[in-house]
Design a protein around this ligand. Sequence first.
Ligand SMILES: NC(=O)c1ccc[n+]([C@@H]2O[C@H](COP(=O)([O-])OP(=O)(O)OC[C@H]3O[C@@H](n4cnc5c(N)ncnc54)[C@H](OP(=O)(O)O)[C@@H]3O)[C@@H](O)[C@H]2O)c1
Length: 277
Amino acid sequence: MSLPAPDPLCTVLITGASSGIGEQLARQLAAAGHGLTLVARRQERLERLAAELRTQHDVEVAVHAADLGDAAARAKLVATLDASGRFVAGVCNNAGFGSFGDFAELPLERETEMVRVNVLAVHELTGAFLRPMIERGEGAILNVASTAAFQPLPTAATYAATKAFVLAFSEALHAELAGTGVSCTALCPGPVPTEFGENAGATRREAQLPDLFFTKPEQVAREAIAGMRKGKRSVIPGLGNRGSAFGGRYVPRTLLLPIARRLGGRAFGPGPGEPGS
Ligand SMILES: NC(=O)c1ccc[n+]([C@@H]2O[C@H](COP(=O)([O-])OP(=O)(O)OC[C@H]3O[C@@H](n4cnc5c(N)ncnc54)[C@H](OP(=O)(O)O)[C@@H]3O)[C@@H](O)[C@H]2O)c1
């Protein structure tokens, strides 16, 4: 077992808990009896979720509103948890966002912000809580990557590169942590119906993907938590996604990149009748 059993003196930190996969991680971990610390920018959403979880499951739920792209806000989060007297038994580095389009055409500041949130925050929060876990001989880190991590993705160049970092970093830590009682798991979902697509500026075509391409956030969270409990190296929810991850790893880039370029343009370009179609 890697994620320790629930303990009133412990908390599990979940970033990006205000919607989607993070909200489901919070619901399922609270239902299992874990005290939580919820982080995102939208404080009202976190407060509402926290109140619901306290009532339903009688667990401690702390709310910490923070923009994880901001270095001072990340430092304040770490200091607040250090001062809380609670041991951080689990960290779910889930907050993140994407964008669609050619890198040269996208606003550079938002792409750079993506690196700060998807990479820097994951790196820093992992570093902040890992050593106390090792000293105590227990703890579980879950870093949310994506099937985008397995290959470069034209029209999502920054996003795929950020997730490749998360995957490589987490898999290396998993090996380094062997025998410590602490684990690091990379979660690699394929498409999940959350606010992600809309926030990334995906157009109608992405929303028109058949249902079978999507895995529900409830299922993603369930498999992620099972992976944390077992201390797995990586979790790829869904058979189709495991197939695409395999292809992403092993199809030669000369073949893969032109296909990904075409598919990316189709899937995320303007829909019929939309500007640029
Ligand atoms: N949905 C998919 O298809 C998919 C597939 C593979 C991987 N993923 C990954 O799964 C993770 C969760 O995404 P999701 O699908 O659940 O999308 P989502 O519904 O948009 O949730 C994203 C979460 O991240 C938080 N967040 C974003 N920027 C933040 C910032 N600067 N500071 C603090 N919190 C921030 C958001 O909260 P606030 O807006 O309140 O700050 C929200 O809670 C992401 O890392 C994403 O890359 C998603």
